[in-house]
Design a protein around this ligand. Sequence first.
Ligand SMILES: [Zn+2]
Length: 304
Amino acid sequence: MSAKEIAVLEERMRPGRSSTGGFLSHGQSLVAVVEQDTQTLVRLGLTHERLANRLRYLHLASRKFESTGAPILGRFEVEVVHFCGRQWCPFMPAPSRGGRLPCGYGWTEFRVTNLASGEFVYVTGLHPHLIGDHRFFEGGPYRLDPEHAQRVLELAPHEDDLIRWTTRVEKPTSWSWSASCLAWDGALWQQANVRKCLDEGKRLEFAAGFEAHVLGDRVFLCARELVSPRADFVIDGLPLYLDVLCGGAVYERRTREVEEPDLAQIERLTRKFAVDSHTHGSPYARPFRPPWETDPESSSDDLA
Ligand SMILES: [Zn+2]
C-alpha cells in the first residue's frame, strides 16, 4: 500500500468522517497502530484470526444461537448495549447506491462479560471484520485493547480453538421485495425482467386494476390505484406480505446462504471452560461476585 493510499485511509478514519467518533484519533498513524497491536498479539501467543473468530461467534450467538439465557460457551454473557446504525468498514469508500458492496459493516455495540472474572469488554459489530480482515483494533473511542480482550475471552496462548463454520442454503420463507415504482406504467415497466413477467408470466387478478404476473422466481405486482390489501397473499405456495401498493413492485423468491458454527467445536469449548473453572481454575478467572453481593469486610465498614 502506498503512502498516498494510507493517507487517504487515515483521513477517512478521523473523527467526523466515516464515523462520528472516528477509527483513529487526530494525528494517530494507522500503520503504527496496526504494527503495535500485531506485536502485542505475537507476545500474547495469539492471532488476529483467533480473536476475530471468537468475537464473531459471541456476537452471532448473542443474536441467534442462544436464547436460553445460559452463558455462551459456558462462560460469557453477551448483551447488545447500543444500536449504532449501519457503519461501513472504513477501508473502503462508503458504498454508493448500486455500487460495490462494502467489505464489512456492523450495526451494534455489545458487551461481553466473563462470568468467572466479572471483567467485560465492549465490542462493535465491525470488530470481527476489522481485526480478522484488516488486523485493525482501531485507535479511536471504539478501540478494542487486544490484551484486555484476551484476558476477558480467556484465549490461551498458542491454542487451536478456532470455531469452524459451515454454510447452509436456506429456502425462501416468503417473497422478498426487490424494487418498486410509484407510477403506473413507470420505469419498472421497461425493465427486461418485468416485461418478461408481463408477457410470459401467469396472471393473477386480485381486484380490478390490481394484479400479479408470476414467472419463475419473480413476481411483478401492479396496482393502477392505491391498494392496501388487509391480507397476505400466497403466490405459488409462498406468502407475500404487502401493506400498500400504488404502481408496480417486483418481488423475488431468494435462497439465502446461512453460516452456522460447528456445534461439536462449540461443545468442546464449552466443556473446556467448565473444566478450567471447576478443576484447574482458569488462568485468568477470579471468582465471580455479582454486583449486589458486596465484600463482607467493606460492607461492614459501610454499615458502621
Ligand atoms: Zn473491510
